[in-house]
Write a protein that binds this ligand. Structure first.
Ligand SMILES: [Fe+2]
Length: 140
């Protein structure tokens, strides 16, 4: 089975906050690298390395976002952080699937669908609410 899942950055995902947008673009780039590595059937160790790399980057990015929120006294920091946490847990589960089954088509489809759907939804809805808060603060 040949699985071709691609993820690409779309301008509609931009929040207008440069630090957040840069990190989101980097996230998409790393996901795309991972999907390309599995598509090209690169060595299991390389896919594992990219998965670890991406997981670490996700955590770094969430921490940076949460710091911005704390600095901006964002009242929804708690629920936003909880959403991040749920994703980190889901990512760990996907990593377990990978360890059990390897980078086969089932994993790629599950990973591609789950991670991209979560990110697009989170960026468009939850992150945008925070950027709206920043904009309102600046207008004050
Ligand atoms: Fe976020």
């Amino acid at each position: 089975m040949d699985v071709r899942i691609k993820i690409s950055w779309d301008r509609s995902l931009e929040t207008g906050e440069p630090e957040i947008d840069d990190q989101h673009r980097e996230l998409f780039r790393r996901i795309d690298q991972l999907l390309a590595a599995t598509r090209d059937r690169r060595a299991r160790t390389e896919v594992g390395r990219l998965l670890t790399f991406l997981g670490d980057y996700v955590v770094t990015h969430f921490q940076a976002e949460e710091k911005l929120m704390a600095d901006a006294e964002y009242p929804e920091l708690g629920p936003h952080r909880a959403e991040h946490q749920r994703f980190v847990e889901e990512y760990a589960r996907l990593f377990e699937d990978y360890r059990a089954d390897g980078p086969g088509p089932v994993f790629v489809i599950k990973f591609g669908n789950r991670v991209t759907a979560w990110l697009c939804e989170h960026i468009c809805r939850t992150d945008r609410r925070f950027v709206d808060h920043l904009t309102r603060r600046e207008e004050r």
